[in-house]
Structures are given as structure tokens and as C-alpha cells.
Ligand binder design. Structure first.
Ligand code: F0G
Length: 421
């Protein structure tokens, strides 16, 4: 395994294109990035990642060079994307939760403030541009909802056909509506997300479509920018770097992407290894194969055939990026924790009280922080960032169920006053 914080930068192979190449995370294979479509290593089937001959420091990301994700173009495989101004999301103070949890500093990075309402936009702006470069005519993904909404939107913008496979009856209403209005063909699969991914990966291997799930290494490059923004924003607000990042885990793409961002900052000389924030993953109790693997100190996850949670975005039993994310958690001294659906809803309400509206999966990060702080795993002196991944309106049914009920009143002031008293 080549995914170590202390690894020196690899020498640039002959196949590199403008200082960018693909490498297997497990064996010595390297390949040209834009000549052929590849999702896995041709020699050993393991995951691929994008590598670079050069790694900028944070100061080298020039404010004039682009907006949001594209301000970090020098750390990305292409110079520009199919873009609708993704990234540059807010890093909020959450005073009530900070006080209640009892940590030195707490911020919430709200990825729900992206154009389609989730972090997926950061990966799609890169991935859909790479797809154009590869000359594909159909894009596809399996999704618990947000990936399909983002792909439908960015595919529409690029003028490319989009096919999305969704687990029937298990995708929140806002997300299906987005995929639908942006013009994707929506296939409702009689199975869960992992079944959808098996089928769409097969379709992609047969050349039927270009796969834009987080198995695609280019997508994770865009998602790296979450980590870069977190460090810059936290330092601007507090003068320090965060000690810990707590994030919801489904396919573990963000866990892998944040770790890659930090490894590249170590290679750039920006961060010392011991300054890298501790990555802490949170899953729902009903879908927690990563937590199981971390608790049992295993190198691989075992697929859960049956998964269930109110946080439908992370209703995933086979996290495909586990081979990248398990080293991320281990090497940064992190951990993973499972939370109940009620703990998730309670955290969703707490975030809402601090003015931050998120979907259930996002609130898992805060629920996990509460639990780990109660258990003494997170210390009172820690500086923490929680990642919230999707907007409240993604899942209006969950929000309405967690919130207050509307009160029927008559259509006259006297009747309303009467009701209020
Ligand atoms: N939070 C939200 C709101 C998500 O939509 C997802 C994943 C995650 C967290 C998990 O992120 O996979 O990087 O660990 N949603 C995918 C989808 C699976 O299809 O929209 P991860």
C-alpha cells in the first residue's frame, strides 16, 4: 500500500501528461490519465488515484486564479471544469453546539451550500470535464440521490446524456426531483445502492457509459478541495489548524479525498505529518461496515447485505473507497463511530437551532462528535470541524418529520389570536 503520509513524492513516469498520471494504490502500475478509460488497476484490480509531479502550498493557490474549486486548479488534473461555481462553501460557527459538546473550537463546513445542494458538485465539475476530454457520449452513476442530482445537472450543462440508477423507494424526494428536471434517465432498481453500483459498474466495463461514482479517481480530486478550504477557512477564523475533522461516511470517498489533500500538503512542505487533522468517520448504526472494520482493525471491509437508516444518503453496505479510507483513518490517528437514527435526527435539530439546515446524513457528523466527546475520545481542548454534506431541502420529508407540526387556524385575526393564547 502506497498511501502513507510520510511517502516521498514518486518520480514522474513516462506516461505522465503535463505532470499528471494515474497510479494503482496497491501495485507499481502507472498509466496515462486521458488516453484510455480506466476505473481500476489493469494489473491487480485495485483502486487508482491521480498523481502529480508537483504539489502547491496553500499560499500558492492564488485568489485570482478562479472561483471555488477552480481556485485550486494547480492541484487538479485539468485546468478548468464544466462549472456552475461550485465550492467556496461557508464554514459556520455553531455556538450552541460548541458550548454543549465542550470543545475548544467547533466549525461546520456546510457543503449543502453548493449549486445542487451537496459536495458532489466538487467532484462532478472535474469528472464531467475529464469525460469530455475522453470523448464519451453517456455518463452514468448509481446513487443514494445526491450523486444523481449533481451528475444530472453537470451532464446537462455539458450537453451529455445521463443515466442514473437509484434504489427504488429509498431516495429522498428533493434529489429525485433534481435528477428528473435536469433531464437524466432515471432507472429505479429493485435493490439497494450497492446493487445499483454493481450494475452500473458492469455497464461501464462494457463501454455503455462513463462511470462517475467515487470509484472514478478524477471525482475525488475535486472533492479534495473540501479539505483545502477547511484548513484555510479554519486558520483564517481561529489562527490555527483544526485537530480533527468529523465526517459522515457512505462510500468513504470524502475520507479518501481529504486524506489525499493532506498527503499532498505534506509533500508540498505545507504541513508536518503531526499537523494533519485526525479523520473521524461516522456511519449510521444500520449501515456501518467501515466502523466494524476500524473497530476490528481490519485492512478491508466486509459488505453488509442488509442496510437500513433514515439517513438514506449513507445507506451503503459496501464502501468502495475503503482501501483508501481505512489507511486515512488509521494513519491520521482517527477512528469511526456508529450513531442511531434518533441521534442523527437530534443532531439535525441541534444544527437547525444554530441556523444550519442539513439533511440527515450530514447531521451524522455532529451526532458522532457528541458521542465521541461523551466517551472521552474527543478531548475538551480539541479544535474540530464537522462536515455537513447536503442541504436540508434534499430530504423535505425527514425535515418535516423532525421539525414542528403546522397548526391549523381559521382565516381571521381573532381566530389566530385565540389560537396563539
Ligand atoms: N453525505 C451525503 C449527503 C451523501 O450524499 C453521501 C453520499 C455521503 C454523505 C457519503 O459520502 O460516499 O464520500 O462517504 N452519497 C452518494 C450518493 C453515495 O449517491 O449521493 P462518501
Amino acid at each position: 500500500m502506497d498511501l502513507s503520509l510520510s511517502n516521498p513524492t514518486a518520480p514522474t513516469p513516462d506516461c505522465a501528461d503535463d505532470g499528471v498520471w494515474l497510479a494503482c494504490i496497491d501495485c507499481e502500475w502507472t498509466g496515462a490519465p486521458f488516453d484510455e478509460i480506466r476505473y481500476r488497476c489493469p494489473d491487480c484490480e485495485s483502486l487508482l488515484e491521480v498523481r502529480y509531479d508537483d504539489h502547491p502550498t496553500l499560499a500558492e493557490f492564488d485568489a485570482d486564479s478562479g472561483h471555488g474549486v477552480w481556485r485550486y486548479a494547480d492541484a487538479l488534473p485539468v485546468d478548468s471544469g464544466v462549472s456552475i461555481e461550485e465550492g467556496a462553501t461557508p464554514l459556520y460557527e455553531v455556538p450552541t453546539i460548541e458550548e454543549e459538546v465542550g470543545v475548544a473550537e467547533l466549525r461546520v463546513k456546510h457543503e449543502g451550500m453548493n449549486p445542487t445542494g451537496s459536495f458532489k458538485d466538487r467532484g462532478m465539475t472535474v469528472g464531467v470535464r475529464v469525460a469530455e476530454r475522453l470523448g464519451v457520449d453517456r455518463l452514468a452513476c448509481a446513487s443514494t440521490g445526491n450523486t444523481s442530482a449533481a451528475l444530472a445537472c453537470y451532464g446537462a450543462r455539458a450537453g451529455t446524456q445521463v443515466l442514473v440508477l437509484l434504489p427504488a423507494g429509498k431516495v429522498a424526494a428533493g434529489k429525485v426531483a433534481q435528477a428528473s428536471l435536469h433531464g437524466a434517465r432515471i432507472l429505479e432498481v429493485d435493490g439497494n445502492f450497492d446493487d445499483c453500483l454493481d450494475v452500473v459498474a458492469d455497464l461501464a466495463d462494457r463501454g455503455e457509459a462513463y462511470l462517475l461514482n467515487s470509484l472514478n479517481p478524477f471525482r475525488l480530486e475535486g472533492q479534495k478541495t473540501i479539505g483545502l478550504e477547511m484548513l484555510e477557512g479554519f486558520r483564517d477564523q481561529t489562527g490555527d489548524l483544526p485537530d480533527r475533522i468529523v465526517l459522515p461516511v457512505g462510500n468513504a470517498g470524502n475520507t479518501a479525498a481529504l486524506y489525499k489533500a493532506f498527503r499532498e500538503l505534506v509533500a508540498a512542505g505545507e504541513l508536518a505529518v503531526d499537523e494533519v487533522p485526525t479523520l473521524t468517520g461516522v456511519q449510521a448504526e444500520g449501515a456501518a461496515p467501515m466502523v466494524e472494520a476500524v473497530e476490528e482493525d481490519r485492512e478491508t471491509v466486509q459488505r453488509w447485505a442488509d442496510v437500513e437508516t433514515r439517513a438514506t444518503a449513507i445507506r451503503i453496505g459496501n464502501p468502495v473507497n475503503a482501501p483508501k479510507a481505512l489507511p486515512a483513518i488509521r494513519e491520521t490517528g482517527g477512528t469511526a463511530v456508529a450513531v442511531s437514527d434518533d441521534e442523527i435526527t437530534d443532531a439535525q435539530r441541534a444544527l437547525a437551532r444554530d441556523g444550519v439546515g442539513v439533511e440527515p446524513a450530514s447531521a451524522a457528523s455532529v451526532a458522532g462528535l457528541r458521542k465521541l466527546r461523551d466517551a472521552g475520545v474527543v478531548g475538551s481542548d480539541e479544535r474540530v470541524v464537522c462536515l455537513t454534506t447536503g442541504h436540508l431541502l434534499k430530504d423535505p420529508d425527514a425535515a418535516a418529520a423532525a421539525g414542528a407540526d403546522p397548526e391549523p387556524v381559521p382565516a381571521d385575526t381573532a381566530g389566530v389570536l385565540d389560537h396563539l393564547s
